[in-house]
Design a protein around this ligand. Sequence first.
Ligand SMILES: [Zn+2]
Length: 173
Amino acid sequence: MLDQLPELIDPVVFAERHSHLLGHLSVRRLSRLADFLFDKKGELKIDLQFYKEGKVPVIEGRIEGHLTLTCQSCLQALEWFVDKPVKIGMVQTIEQADRLTEEFEPMMVSDNKMSLPGIIEDEVLISLPDYPRHENKCLQYEPAEKLVEPKEIEQKPDNPFAVLATLKNTGDQ
Ligand SMILES: [Zn+2]
């Protein structure tokens, strides 16, 4: 869910107003990120300032928060801290992009309404490694028993019996 943050933004209007967006965005909203995630818990802290650099609307700020990625080696949860500085110049032509100073990352804008979660998601995706994995050791090298949580051990044998009980009751009726 968006928390105070608008879904769509007009970069020109936001830049002219020197808008400052502060808020939180649920990780659940970032659908393109789903392939990288072990679970969708958590939210990202968004702090974005809009202004103009010459004639180009720019966004400057930071995206921070914890993600739970899937380790590409062991497929287990991998806690990941996102701390992505944002410096985007929203350009409409290649010429504008060329004129932009190097510190800004050019983003082509064709419409005056842009998805804020979309922009945030792009920034987070850029910040992720190609092959996220545990730095030191992966869980796959530990004995399998340690990977199974006590809750799961209790639940699994319960389920077949529950099904049998249901069938038996149905048969009796
Ligand atoms: Zn791993």
